[in-house]
Design a protein around this ligand. Structure first.
Ligand code: HEM
Length: 449
């Protein structure tokens, strides 16, 4: 009865699709939730509400609405929801799912400073990434142009960049302990938005059921934190060891899963569109004369490569619904009243497919990021890293990694599908969208000088 009462929308709350008793709208999020939610916004408006089994939720759609909330009311929308799942996993501490307040400020500062100090800003660090790029292409070369699934290598190479910052060392591509930890983590990114996770948030008592995917989620998390604990650093730190472990874990997975998926989609689309790949090859060859390795300075001389990477981020929607937010105080949006503590879903997919800002958003077209002279142009409604106080803190690092890995890879190889096979383009659903496992051939190419 309590659950049934909880489903009632408070006065002034945005409207939304009718919930069914007890579980509300949970079932409608089972397949391609980002697409479903965009369609709903065409019926109920850019801001509307959902009932996730008694948890009242507001969904923001389209660039104008997302900007109005995340940018113009940055602080109001800077919290994370106190969901039973997050409470159980990281006790609302750590960094990524931390409540908005002192703990979050301290951990975000620590992460940003470490990135600045050990990483992103530094020349020497760029060299470390370039070294990893070489390990990466050499490992791919071992397949000698035969079909292979690039998931494992891309994941390991990408996470090594975060590992260099956090642990000061890389893990070799055959380190099975590390491999295992990343797999568990990655599985949790998928499970975190599964029906079982949503049910757990609505009905935490299912914790005591002996079955269900939420149990797997908890087991995976326990094993991962155990691995990290063995590698934990300074015991004299004022930050509690537990909280640091949560932060570190979140940095590793947030950085690995997203950048890896972007590169896996990029490889897939290069093989799918040989004409685009050909233009990428031409640009790389003209800038990197005599086959020298790319540096970040080359980025501004490669507008087409930049355009391709931007279009991958727009079109493939790596984090389609962002990371769940919550209001840190009572809010007013478009005349609606949203109480403090309401869960907020930012539909970033609907920003990237917003017809007001993009022509034919369903078409893969890197040229939309170029002007008539072929120069790269920024586009306003491009928010793969989200916006406002909780925006992605790894954006700069991710951009470095994507550019260096992608150009090093395409400089050396021509990518093609094994004869007669075209992989599915339908994403595998989870908190992030990733391609279904696919095989690809990386054939060594001769650079034109
Ligand atoms: C948050 C996207 C790479 C660390 C986020 C958010 C998005 C995002 C959409 C949610 C922000 C919000 O709440 O609105 C991406 C994409 C990446 C990427 C598309 C790569 C292509 C990275 C990297 C790191 C990282 C390389 C670190 C190594 C984080 C962290 C947060 C976050 C810690 C939580 C920030 C907070 O709550 O204050 N990212 N990210 N991300 N990202 Fe990234």
């Amino acid at each position: 009865v309590r659950q049934l009462f909880k489903q009632r929308r408070p006065p002034g709350f945005p409207p939304g699709p009718s919930p069914i008793p007890v579980i509300g709208n949970i079932l409608s999020l089972a397949t391609e939730p980002h697409v479903f939610l965009k369609k709903q916004s065409e019926v109920h408006g850019q801001i509307f509400s959902l009932d996730l089994g008694g948890i009242l939720t507001v969904v923001l759609n389209g660039y104008d609405c997302v900007r109005e909330c995340l940018y113009h009311q940055s602080e109001v929308f800077a919290d994370r929801p106190s969901l039973p799942l997050f409470m159980k996993m990281t006790k609302m501490g750590g960094l990524l799912n931390c409540k908005y307040g002192k703990g979050w400020i301290e951990h975000r500062k620590l992460a940003c400073n470490s990135f600045r100090y050990f990483g992103s800003g530094q020349r020497q660090f760029e060299r470390r990434i370039s070294e990893e790029c070489m390990f990466f292409v050499d490992a791919i070369d071992k397949h000698k142009g035969k079909p292979f699934n690039p998931k494992h290598l891309v994941t390991n190479a990408v996470s090594n960049i975060t590992n260099l910052i956090i642990f000061g060392q890389r893990f070799t591509y055959d380190d099975s302990n590390f491999q295992h930890m990343i797999e568990l983590f990655s599985e949790n990114v998928e499970l975190a938005v599964s029906g079982w996770a949503l049910l757990y948030n609505a009905f935490p008592c299912i914790e005591y059921l002996p079955f269900g995917k939420h149990q797997k989620l908890f087991r995976n998390a326990a094993e991962v934190y155990d691995f990290l604990l063995q590698n934990a650093g300074d015991p004299t730190s004022s930050f509690s060891q537990e909280n640091l472990i949560y932060s570190v874990g979140e940095l590793i997975i947030a950085g690995t899963e997203t950048t890896t998926n972007t590169l896996r989609w990029a490889m897939l689309y290069m093989a799918l569109y040989p004409n685009i790949q050909e233009r990428v090859h031409r640009e790389i060859d003209s800038v990197l004369s005599n086959g020298r390795a790319p540096t970040l300075e080359d980025k501004q001389k490669m507008p087409f490569v930049e355009a391709v990477l931007h279009e991958i981020l727009r079109f493939c929607n790596i984090v389609p619904l962002g990371i769940f937010r919550a209001t840190s105080q009572d809010a007013k949006v478009k005349g609606y009243s949203i109480p403090k503590g309401t869960m907020v879903i930012t539909n970033l997919y609907s920003v990237h497919f917003d017809e007001k800002y993009w022509n034919d958003p369903g078409v893969f077209l890197p040229e939309r990021f170029l002007d008539s002279n072929g120069n790269f142009v920024r586009r306003e409604a491009f928010l793969p890293f989200s916006l406002g106080k909780r925006c992605c803190l790894g954006e700069q690092l991710a951009r470095m990694e994507m550019f260096l890995f992608f150009t090093t890879l395409l400089q050396r190889f021509h990518l093609q599908f094994p004869p007669g096979s075209v992989p599915s383009l339908t994403p595998k659903l989870g908190m992030t969208l990733q391609p279904k496992p696919y095989s690809i051939c990386a054939v060594r190419r001769q650079q034109r000088v």
